[in-house]
Each structure stands twice: as C-alpha cells, then as structure tokens.
Design a protein. Sequence first.
Lengths: 880, 106
Amino acid sequence: MSTVTSMLRKLALLFRRGQFGQELDEEMAFHQEQMERELREQGKTREEARYAAMRTFGNTERMRERSHDAIGFSMETVAQDVRFSLRQMKRNPGFAVTAVLVLTMGIAASTAIFGFVDAALIRPLPYAQPSQLVVLYETTTMGKRYHLSYLDYLDWKRENTVFQSIDLYTPSGFTLKTPDGLQAVTGSGVTAGFFRELGVVPAIGRDFRPVDDQASAPRTVLLSYSTWQTRYGGRKDVLGQTVVLDGNPNEIVGVLPQSFHFAPAEPAEFWTTARASDQCEKMRGCKNFFGVARLKPGVSFQAAFADIQTIAEQLAREYPDANQNRGAYMMALTEVIVGDTRPILLALLGGAALLLLIAAVNVASLLLVRSESRRREMAVRGALGASPVRLVRQFVTEGLTLVAVASVLGLAAACGVMQLPVLLIPKDMLAKMPYIEGLGLNLHIVLFVCGVFLATGAIFSLIPALRHFPGDLREALTSGGRSFAGVAWRRLGANLVVVELTVAMVLLAGAGLLGKSFYRLLHSAIGLEPDHLATLQVSAEGLAYAKDAQQIQLQREIQEKVSQMPGVQSVAFTDSLPLGDGDGAKNYWVVGRPYHGEQNEVLDRDVSYGYFSTIEAPLLRGRSFREDEDESMPLVAVINQQMAQRYFPGENPLRQQIYGQGDEKHHIEIVGVVNDIQEGQLDAAPGPAVYLPFRQHPSNGFAVVVRTRQDADAMLSLMTAAVHGIDPGLATYDPITMQQRIHDSPATYLHRSSAYLVGGFAALALMLGIIGLYGVVSYSVSQRTREIGVRMALGAERATVHRMVLREAARLTLVGLAAGIVCAIGAAALMRSLLFGVQPWDLATLAGVSAVLGSFALLASYLPARRAARVNPADALRAE
Amino acid sequence: MPGTLDMLILMTLTRAPLHGYAIAQSIKRISDDVLTVEEGSLYPALQRLLLQGWVKAEWRRTDTNRRARFYTLTAAGKKRLGLEVSQFRQVVAAIGRVLEDVEEAG
C-alpha cells in the first residue's frame, strides 16, 4: 500500500476527528459491554462483572491516544502540545505575562540595535564594489582631513598608477529660483565621472557625460530621488526642464536612484558638475574639494596610499606657495561613512546581547520554579500512560511557545523602536547618517529574530526537560528534588541576581542623573520667552541691496508687511539668532582705560529696535534702542549682564563708552543693560555680549523674529510668503519656531538622546533584575518547602518564615545596591560631560533610585515570602 | 513478534466480517487461550489496518440488535495476509532450526 493513499486517508480523517473519536468510544464501550455480559454468564454479579471488564480493558485514555497516534500526523500532536501550553499560560497568566514581557523586552532591544548594526555595518553601501572606493584628502599642520585644490586633483589624476579613476566632490549650497522667490537649497558639485566611479546609474534620465564638467559645456543637474518626489511630484517630464541655481540655468538630465546616498556630501538635493571655469579652480591655493577614487583591482590600500603620498610630496616641493606642509591622506569610503558609529553600535549590541542572556536565564529560572510545582502533574501524567518522549516534548513546546510569542511581539516592538531615531535625531544629523533612512523590517532582521528564537528556545526547553527527565519518574515522585543541580542553580542564580541588580542600579542612577540634567537644561535660564516666537532667515543678494540705506529700507518693508499679518504682536530682527553656535565674537575695550594688549572678546550682535521686547528679554538698566537711531545719531550699545559685571564691576556701565577692535575712532555709548540671553547652546556658560542697533550697522543677511498671539508654526509659511511678496529675489531659509529651535539644537539632542537611551536600558535592567530576584527567591522557596514545613512543624511562626525568606532577598538586594551605588558614582564621573547642573554624587538622585530599586525588590520578594509562610506543614511533609 | 497481531487479525477476518470484541474472542478461542489480544493493542492495530486499506469497517447490527463496527478483509488485505503468512512461516521455520540445533548441542 502506498504511503500516498495512507496519507490521503489520514487527511480525510483529519476533518472528521470528532466523528472518529465518537466511533472509537462507541466501539470500545460495546467491547466492554460484551465482556461484561460474558462474565455475567459465567456467574459473576453485575457489579463484579463491570469492574472485571474495566480492569481487563485497561487504560482507555492511553488506548485512545494510541489510536489517535495511528491515524494522526506527528504535526498534530505538536498542535495539541501548543494548545496545551496556551491553556497552561491562560491558567497561570501572571507567569506567562511576566515571561513573555521579559523576553519581549530582551528580544526587542537586541533586534532594534541589530537593525542599526545591519543598516550601518552589514548592509553593503549602495555602490559597485564599495570596498575598492577610497576618499582622498590633503593633510595640513592642523589635521588630516582637509580639502585639495582642483589643480592638485589634476596632478594626482595624471601621476598616480594605483587608481582606476579619481573624481571630486564638494558639498555646497545653492539658491534655487522658485515661483515664490529664491530659496536656499542643499547641493553638491561633483566632477563628471563621479557617479560612474561609484557605479551608480540614475533611476531615470542619464548620468553626466564626460564633457559635462568642461567650462564650455551647458550646465546640467541630477536630482536626488526625494527631491524629485517632493519638488516635482515624481513626474517623468522633469527631464529637460530647467532649474535656476545661483542664477545659472541648469538642465535636469536625470534622477538618482532611491537607494543612493553619499554621506560625506549629504544633504544634497541637487547634484551639479564642478567645473573648471570658476576662478577657484584655476588656483592651486584654493582648496575646495575632496577626492573619491576607485582602486585598481589587486592594488592594496597601503600601496595606493604610499603612491599618492609620494605625489603629494612632489607637489609640495614644486609649489611651495600653495602646498607647503601639505601631504595626502586616504581613507576607505566605508570607514568615512560608518567609522564613527561602529564602536558605539558594537558596544550597544554587546549590551543588548547581555540583556537578552539575562532575560533568558531569568525566564528559565521562572520556568524551573513552575516546573517544581508541576513535578507531581508530570508524575501523574506519566503514571496515566503519557510516554516519556511526549512529556519532554511538552516542556520543549511550552518553552518554544513562550519564545515564539515573545519573538513576534519583540519583532513588532523593535520595528516601532527603530522608527524612534528618525523622530529623535535632528534632520541635519540624520543627513550624515543616510543609512538610517529606510531602517525597518528586512530579511536580515527576520533571520536575526529566528536565530534568537532558536537559541533562547533551546535554553528554555532543555533546562526544565533535563531537570525533569522522566526516565526516573518514580524518583521524581518520591524525592524532594534536592539534587546537586538544584543547589548549584540557586547559587548561580543568586550571584547573577546581584550582578543584575548592580547593573540596574548603575543604569538607573545614570538615567536619573541624565534625566535631571535634561530637565535642568530645558529649564535653564535662556533670557527669552520661546513660546509663540517664529523665526525666518533672509538673505538679500545682488546690487539692489548693496547699500546700507537699501538694507534698512528692506527691513522696514518686511517689518511693515509682517506686522500687518493677523495675530502678529511684534516684529524684530537680529543678525544672529539666540541658541545658535555662540560664535561671532569681537574685541571691545573701554574708552579711557589703559590698554595692555589684553583680549576682551565679547559676542557682537546687531539687533533692531524692539528686539528685546519681542523676545521678552528683560532690560535691567537704561533703555533699549530707538527706532530713529541710525547713522546720523550717536553710536549706542546695549550690553548684557555678564559684560556689565566683568567690565564694570561695582560701576554704573550706563554712559560709559567702548570701542571695537579695528574701529578705535568710533566710540559707542552704553545706554542699557539687558539680562543675559543664551546666544550659544543651552549647556554653554553665559558670556559677555554687546548688542548694537541694526540701523547703525546694517547688513544684507538677517533673521526675522516674530511674536504671535497664535500658533507660531502656522506663521512660518506666511512669513516666507510675505518676504517673497516684497521681492521674489530674496532668499529665505530655515523657517523655524523658537521652541523647535531649542528642541532641535545639538545640545538638546545630545542630552535627550542620552537620557532616553540610558533610561530605556535602565528600565529594562530594573525589570530584569527584579524578575531575576523574584525567580531566585521563588525557586529557593520551592526547593525549601520541606525544610519550611519541618520548621513550622517544630513550632516556627509564620512571621518567622516570612522574615527568613525576606532576609535572603534583602541580603541580595543590599549587596546589589551597595555595589551599584559605588559603580554608579564612578560611571557618572566618567560621563560628566553629559551632566548639566548635576553632580555625579547627586544625593537626591541616588537616594531616589535606591528607593525605587529597593521597593521593587521588596515587592518581588514579598510574594514568594508570603507563599512560604502559607505552607501547610502537613502538606509540605506529605508532598515528599 | 511485531506485525504478528496484524496478521492474526487479518487471518480471523478471512472467514467472515467481525467486530472488535469478536476478533479478540476468536483469536483467543482458536489458539486455545494461548494467545490473548490486549484490547489496548487491538484498536490501534485496527486503525492502522484501516489506514493501510487492508480492512474496511462498517456499522451493522449484531444478533442481539446492538450497533457495532464490523471489519471486512479487502482484496489488498488478502494479498497482504498471504505475504505475511509466508514470511511468518519462514521465520518460524528458521527459529525451529535454531532450536533444534541448540537442543542437539545440549
């Protein structure tokens, strides 16, 4: 008989399971009846006959199971086991939820971090043979990664024997002519062979032709994929259209593929040709480019490096004016793109793996605790005829079911977590990490989760299965399980828990300190009211705005137009917004004081009248600028408090005169003192600053600051439209609210991301530590049930037992806490640069964190302690 | 011996269709109580034979008007029985020779 037909019969039966069971039952009942009848005919009583029949007939359950085995698929019993496991979980939801939660966290954390590792380190860069690509720099006395000039490039290209090709790129920006006026956009200039060298083919259209970067060639441009989508709606007819960049018409010849990125030159919306026609390209001293080259097959990195170093030495000798002290430097492109992130990512991955291991061991110890209580269940099932293999398989299935549920949840959670960096990291930084874009579910990640599933599944299934190997069922029924393995496990578990609690304590303290720093940072005095402030930068290029009067007139027009917009309270201008890089300093000296060559660098800001009231910076003394204060009036200045304290300690700064470096003839009178405004990053120390009226120091680039009564966000596009309404030729950029500016600033990002990251790990570590403690204490209680029974039988009070268990937990917790505090202070001292307004030994944080950990630990040990105290001595002793 | 039970069941069914109890009784009676079929093995074995297609089953009334499942030998079953019987004879003969050999030596 062929196995195929037998298989088909099995399949047919699969859909008639109910009927099959019924028929089998009926058949067996009939059999028993016949037996009974025969026994009665032999003279037995009805009762006797029935018992005799039952005895002869034997274990109906086992018979049924074996009949099922005969007709069933082996898969089917697996399904039965899974169903049974799910029933077990339902019956004991606390255990199931805890185990699944712990595993989910471990799996989610490691999967999410693996996602980053995969994106940054494993997935190949989107170029042909990326390992052959290198980036070329010139070294200077200041460092290694500096620009080279176009003429150097031509020489390197001609002299080298090691590269298939060399090309150039230079990150730059353009002004783009749009129907709404000029707009500042990002872009890069590259030599014509750049994309061919990388092995990148445009998604539509064509690449630059080799002659496209010649001085006489018509200007052409390639679009990045996202620019094509957002600015041109992904239409095919963009090819052949003209875009005006920096006033030059460029023909769009192609669109780069979606997967393309080139981090060193990102962000770049428009890719144009770097051409030899520009002035800079004709001077060897005008260093403006980076090189990218492809090694010839078989040429090693070192050989290539040595070759260009020799060329650079020659050039330095030949052109000492431009190239003295300049050498060549070379790095693999992969290294340039992901080099910085590799150690961080690998450290994180290591941490996550450790976390996952701890999670797995924790859940394994929980499984063990539970299997202790199921010792008898197993023995009974064995006695009732469950085969040993089947019992082991039941354990394995339970472990695997847990891990499977956790894997699915963990994968889903990881996908969610992976979206976080896109939200948390400011756009500018994200552009330098283009590989993070499109981070999400992919085959590598699914395979990783499968691997984790198998590894954890193996740990889980084996531990309880070995512990309960049903080969010695009778032993299991009789012995109390006080095996060597049990004791060893307890010791290992206890040590592990101390380590877990220590780690949790360190991370919690770190998270506490970082959180406090972040809070302090956001609530630090910035000297202005950021709510309802909208800002926009304006740049007025060209002859129409070359003169001071024209610049002042432009500002007047913008002020009038924006003031009329609904909801606008006041409008002001500054040449440099607060919370910036804190740069732009100049030496100022006080008139009438002897000068001994000292440096008196103070920040120098040109702001309009009404600026201080618009940003709500309180004036401490004197007055602010007047509207009519222009060149025709005496020069005036407002200084900040820092400057007043540093230059005029114990003096009245008002009516004092100062002068700037290189401008000794023009004395400036101080008319007011303003409270310190944070011009630099949130975590920067406040420094002295001088504010001068814009109309006495006009310029063609400034920021518009608007205080509104309504949502500042809604104001941004209206402001841009208003400026372009005055002159479409004005370039506008960075429309942003002050709140967003604070949110996006590098200091905020640094503190926020570190607080979130450490906080996330701390939460996981706390959870794991507590569950580990619970597992170990519970296991020890379950192992000591008999001992506890004996103690109670001998007269120990419930409270004593309670205390005994709690004492064990408290000992572990205290050791963990103490070690944790010491390590936490050490760790905090190491990350001092991340702390703001908090000391590493901040008592409140340490106390708070200890209290949190302590109370969670108490809770975790209270439950098993209560269970121990409830042990009924009679039961405990009989259970043996 | 493995497979022997299947053969015995098939053999009892050569005469007439029987239900499970009757199969067990029949084997016991014919073998003069030497061979007893464990109920625990009988029904799983019957399911196996059904799956292989060597027997057919149908519900019928017994003489006492009780519903019971009667098993009938199929053509494939007859063929199978022939094969098993000849194999069994070979094995028994072989064992017999071994026993004789051992007895002579003893």
